[in-house]
Ligand binder design. Structure first.
Ligand code: P6P
Length: 336
């Protein structure tokens, strides 16, 4: 007899008491992310069939063409979080500034802010490669009942109370942490329920997969160039494999399961790297550390970086602990 797998809803309730602020609000917040993930999943899965693929003709603050699914996912996550009246503010890759929720309602006792990349890797949509949603959750630092402020969003990654991603791949998974390990849930699309499929996900300390866009090689700091050559020219058999999907969530998810490292270093074209600190790097770094992995810019721990602006970018090295430490060793030895 196969044991009935626990649903995401059951897991959230069962583990709510282990969350130090357990007042049910975070559980409700996670449930609203679960709902939005199912709605977005439905559209992502049929994108090829209806006129939802392709750019809408606008560009976001990053100057990137907004794909229709980007906009759809952004709207759905914001709608769901707003309708449930759980958070006091939302920041998104697709929004120039943060979105204040019920900021004039002095009865608004909502304590959380959410930062999201609603559809990361969206350039892959038209070629049917997996994409993902990334979310990061903080408690507000300004008084409840007052309008949310930018400082509620510009918190160090170490202050996150929860973080996770949805990967819309060969199957759709929701992976998250509230600071007590990382757990993965797989969607059964037939009944629209997420089931615990990857309990207590942990990075292998070593790995043999490195994920980097080697087209930028000439742009990289010498320490990164030396590390890539180390991966390629290690004495004896070639122990490393290069795997780069162009979708952070997918590369990270594979590396967390199999062991590996993801690198998006700085370069002349990306002097601060490409990935955004608040809604890409910090949530992924939180998951990495909770899964016994590591994350830095090659020198400074990602979750120690003091944010200065909503869409700031940082160099990002994340994955199996020993692999990240090897990159940091090369950065110390050969320069940043
Ligand atoms: P490049 C997608 O736009 C993204 O933010 C990550 O998901 C992905 O790993 C990276 O950028 C790809 O960037 O410059 O290699 O195409």
């Amino acid at each position: 007899m196969t044991l009935k797998k626990q649903t995401l809803g059951e897991f959230i309730i069962e583990n709510q008491t282990s969350f130090k602020y357990s007042s049910g609000e975070l559980s409700s917040l996670l449930n609203s992310i679960r709902l939005a993930a199912k709605v977005v999943n439905h559209e992502v899965n049929k994108a090829g069939l209806v006129d939802i693929i392709g750019a809408v003709g606008d560009t976001n603050i990053q100057g990137e063409d907004q794909q229709k699914l980007d906009v759809y996912a952004n709207d759905k996550f914001i709608q769901t979080l707003t309708r449930r009246n759980i958070v006091c503010g939302i920041a998104s890759e697709e929004e120039d500034s943060f979105v204040a929720i019920n900021s004039i309602d002095e009865n608004n006792q909502n304590k959380y802010v959410v930062l999201i990349d609603p559809l990361d890797g969206s350039s892959n949509i038209d070629v049917n490669v997996s994409v993902g949603t990334i979310f990061s959750i903080y408690r507000r630092v300004t008084p409840t009942g007052t309008p949310v402020q930018l400082k509620d969003f510009l918190q160090k990654g170490s202050e996150q109370v929860a973080a996770g991603y949805v990967v819309y791949g060969t199957s759709t998974m929701l992976v998250y942490t509230t600071g007590d390990g990382v757990n993965g849930f797989t969607l059964n699309p037939a009944i629209g329920t997420f089931y615990l499929s990857h309990a207590n996900m942990t990075f292998p300390e070593n790995g043999n997969i490195y994920s980097v866009n080697e087209g930028n090689y000439q742009d990289f700091p010498l320490g990164i160039k030396k590390y890539i050559k180390y991966c390629q020219e290690e004495e004896g058999e070639r122990p490393y494999t290069s795997r780069y999907i162009g979708s952070l969530v997918s590369d990270f998810h594979r590396n967390m399961i199999k062991g590996g490292i993801y690198l998006y270093p700085k370069g002349s074209r990306n002097p601060n790297g490409k990935l955004r600190l608040l809604y890409e790097c910090n949530p992924i770094a939180f998951l990495a550390e909770q899964a016994n992995g590591k994350s830095s810019d090659g020198v400074t721990r990602t979750m120690d970086v003091e944010p200065t602006e909503l869409h700031q970018r940082v160099p990002f090295i994340c994955g199996s602990k020993n692999m990240v430490e090897k990159v940091e060793e090369f950065m110390r030895k050969f320069g940043e």
